[in-house]
Write a protein that binds this ligand. Sequence first.
Ligand code: ADP
Ligand code: MG
Ligand code: MG
Length: 204
Amino acid sequence: MGLQVTEAVEWMKRINEKIHINKEYLTSLDQPIGDGDHGINMARGFQEVSNKITMENYENVADLLKDVAMTLMSKVGGASGPLFGTAFLKMSLVAKGSDTINHDNITRMLEEAVNGVKQRGKAVEGEKTLIDVWSPMVEYFKRVDRFKAGEIAGEAKKAMENTKDIMATKGRAAYFKEKSIGHIDPGAATSFYMFEALSEVIKA
Ligand code: ADP
Ligand code: MG
Ligand code: MG
């Protein structure tokens, strides 16, 4: 049940696959409201993550997530590296000491991830960033006693699509002011792939 090392490794591999398949798309989202490198940044980062975790033999989810965090922080240029890095580092800290990650663990891991990203990037909900996917996911896990895999992806997709209507007030997209409205936030799209991948590996 939940997430063990095998599932967590598979989670990262699937994120890597999805980001590679959608690399051009993610970059195209970053063109009108950024500098057009988001797909490149994330593909490079998750390729490094995949390489790193394939070489190691993890005893627990916390150690795996820590390596993911460190790799993203050191290999991804751009705002997204340190921010996603922080998210995975916070998840690792909460996961420490638990061999199996159950519903409660996941909820607390995601909650701390959001807090960490908020602190690091000085952003809150409603500013058109990856927070606008991660925060609704925390709410989802808090709301349900038992998640349904398909629902995780559905909730994340809705949240990602909602970033279209928001005017950006943080990150590069904030320079575009009103012109940022009508575009999906690139970091929110990457976050959707992360949760879609989670929904494919997590056991209810
Ligand atoms: P850069 O903007 O440095 O080129 P990326 O293009 O890789 O970096 O990532 C941009 C994404 O980072 C945005 O779409 C947004 O989701 C996220 N982001 C940027 N600034 C912040 C922030 N202060 N807080 C949270 N997320 C942010
Ligand atoms: Mg960019
Ligand atoms: Mg950049």
